[in-house]
Every structure is written in structure tokens, then in C-alpha cells.
Design a protein around this ligand. Structure first.
Ligand SMILES: C[S@@+](CC[C@H](N)C(=O)[O-])C[C@H]1O[C@@H](n2cnc3c(N)ncnc32)[C@H](O)[C@@H]1O
Length: 328
């Protein structure tokens, strides 16, 4: 049997795909790749020979991010590996389905109003429309069975003209092209359709992603190929800084044959801009909306309450938990 593609699902104690949605009414259309309690940080990133991937992703992000912004939504922030790259933004909302990943991020980034931690399924964002002028989603969309639904949700909460940086796993990468040409891989990397190589782990064609972004209300701009040298033997034999420098140069070629692609997008259309609802970082709760119906929420002690539906969402040690309403 061939080696499985390099991806997050190959690590020990990998996230369990998929979890049953805790509230089927709120999440009718999609399963979730659940990282709750997984050792993603220690087993995938720390001392595992992925310094190269980490550094080249940061280079791509720096290339594409605006130097300044007001409020950025980091979708699938995980343990906050990349959050320090968003220093040009006044406020960063780290959003993830996994409470334990967010708890770790909070321990390291702290509790200042500059960082807001929100646990929720990204298909149902608990925000009013038009409240972010920046967003990013890195190494997350490969877990999404319905990319357009999640991209549309992200677009809804952004202001027109806002910048969204998306990273996606690229099915049309050199290794897949070669394997297909040699008859060692049955799926065709040039087909637009996503390939689900492990349950809830998808590789996407760059043109498929571009179409989905446009359908969701984004104008894709620059596309940056990343991780040209994601090959274990190369990484073992060649100094990381040399590989990183070479990748940085090759990123400029725009040759979309790498396992990872970063896309810079501008939010288009005449949609609401509600940034002014929270001019101050402390006013973040004015931006929340009930993820089940979009209605208003009011804080009562350590819960946010919907007067329309009676649903209540917990605030657990400074983390807003919208994964499911509290049970009575
Ligand atoms: C591979 S990790 C990437 C984390 C981070 N972006 C990084 O690059 O280090 C994928 C993250 O997406 C989150 N995730 C997966 N499906 C999600 C969903 N439906 N809603 C919110 N977060 C999700 C997981 O909990 C996990 O933290």
C-alpha cells in the first residue's frame, strides 16, 4: 500500500474524524473534524521536523496580509501557532471548534481584550454581519466537506473591502501529478473535484477553490504556492534555512504545484459594515449573535442569553463557548 499523503491526520493521536454534531438543529449539513483533546501541537509541530513548513507559511502570510487593520477573525486558530503574525491588527478573534486548543492559546497569548477566544463550529459563526475587516483560515478548509458554506459564513461577517487570507491543500501538486502520470494514483490531480483521501481530509484544486471563493462573495487576488520542498529526505539532508530561502524565492513564481496554496481575497459587494458597533476592544460582545438564528444575545453573569429562544451560551474562563447552548 502507498504511503498516505502528508497531512495532519497522520500524526499519532490524530483528531477523531468526525464527531457527531452536539446540536443537530444547529448543524444539519456537516460533520466536524474534532481536535478536542488532540495532541496536535506537540505531535505535529513541536520537534517533528516541521520548522520548514512553519517558516514558509509565515513568509507567505507576511506577503499577503495588510500591514494594518482593525479586527481579524482567525478561523480554526487551533493553539494560536500563527496568531503572532497578526500584530498589525488591533484585535484578533481566535475561533476554533476545540476548547482545549483555545485554552492552550489563551495560556500563551493571555487574556487582554486584544485577544478574544470563541469555541464554535465555523459553519455557524456567532457574529453580526460586517464586523471584521480581516480574516484568515490556514490549514482548516481541508476539513470542510462544504467549502462554499463556510466561505459564505466568513464573507457574511466581513466588511466590504476586507481582506481574507485562505490556505488550502492543493491536489494538483507535483507529487500527485507524477504519481498519476506513472499510474500509481487512481485520482486525477487535474480534475476540479475535491479528493477526500481520508475521511474529512480533502485536497482541493486551485481553480475549484477560486470558483468557491467567488461564489461566496470574494474576489481572489494573489495566489502564492508554498512548501515546494515538503519532502522528508530533502528536509533531512538540506539545511532548513536554505530550503526556506529557496521556497521564499519560488513563492514569487506563482507556480501552483505545491502541496499548499495561499490566496489573498477581497470581500466584494454592498454588504453591511458594522465595525462601529465595537470601536473599543472591550465592546466585543456587541458583535455577537446567536449562532442558531442570528438573533441578539445579552450577557447575564457568565452566560450570553437569547431573549427570543431562551438559548444560553457559557463563557468558560474567558472563552466564549458557542458549541452548543447550555442545557437546563
Ligand atoms: C490543522 S489545525 C490548524 C490550526 C491552525 N490554523 C494552524 O495552522 O496551526 C485545524 C484546526 O481547525 C479546527 N477545525 C476543524 N473543523 C472546524 C470547524 N468545523 N469549526 C471550527 N474549527 C474547526 C480544528 O479544531 C483545528 O484546531
Amino acid at each position: 500500500m502507498g504511503k498516505a499523503p502528508l497531512s495532519e491526520e497522520n500524526m499519532p493521536n490524530a483528531p477523531k474524524p468526525p464527531s457527531k454534531p452536539p446540536n443537530p438543529v444547529m448543524r444539519p449539513q456537516a460533520n466536524i473534524c474534532d481536535y478536542e483533546g488532540s495532541n496536535y501541537r506537540t505531535e505535529f509541530w513541536e520537534n517533528t521536523g516541521r520548522a520548514y513548513e512553519d517558516q514558509v507559511e509565515r513568509i507567505a502570510l507576511r506577503r499577503l496580509l495588510p500591514t494594518q487593520g482593525r479586527r481579524l477573525l482567525e478561523v480554526g486558530a487551533g493553539f494560536g501557532r500563527l496568531t503572532n503574525e497578526y500584530h498589525g491588527y488591533d484585535q484578533v478573534v481566535l475561533l476554533d471548534y476545540s476548547l482545549s486548543q483555545l485554552q492552550y492559546a489563551q495560556e500563551h497569548l493571555g487574556r487582554s481584550p486584544r485577544f478574544v477566544y470563541v469555541a464554535v463550529d465555523a459553519y455557524h459563526l456567532p457574529f453580526r454581519a460586517g464586523v471584521f475587516d480581516g480574516a484568515s483560515m490556514i490549514r482548516v478548509i481541508h476539513h470542510m466537506a462544504d467549502p462554499r458554506a463556510v466561505l459564505s459564513e466568513i464573507r457574511r461577517v466581513m466588511t466590504p473591502g476586507g481582506t481574507f487570507i485562505l490556505e488550502h491543500a492543493n491536489k494538483r501538486n507535483l507529487k500527485a501529478i507524477l504519481r498519476h502520470a506513472l499510474g500509481k494514483q487512481d485520482w486525477n490531480p487535474h480534475d476540479l473535484a475535491p479528493v477526500e483521501f481520508v475521511e474529512l481530509n480533502f485536497d482541493f484544486h486551485p481553480e475549484y477553490i477560486r470558483d468557491e471563493l467567488q461564489a461566496a462573495g470574494f474576489a481572489p487576488r494573489q495566489r502564492v504556492p508554498v512548501s515546494f520542498f515538503r519532502v522528508p529526505t530533502l528536509k533531512e539532508k538540506i539545511r532548513t534555512d536554505w530550503l526556506v530561502n529557496a521556497d521564499s524565492v519560488l513563492q514569487r513564481t506563482g507556480l501552483l504545484v505545491t502541496p499548499s496554496v495561499f490566496v489573498k481575497n477581497v470581500a466584494t459587494g454592498d454588504t453591511p459594515n458594522n465595525m462601529a458597533l465595537a470601536n473599543d476592544n472591550e465592546d466585543i460582545e456587541a458583535l455577537f449573535a446567536n449562532p442558531s438564528n442570528g438573533g441578539p444575545l445579552v450577557r447575564e453573569g457568565d452566560v450570553l442569553v437569547s431573549s427570543e429562544t431562551g438559548e444560553r451560551y457559557a463563557i468558560r474562563d474567558g472563552i466564549y463557548d458557542f458549541k452548543a447552548p447550555l442545557e437546563d
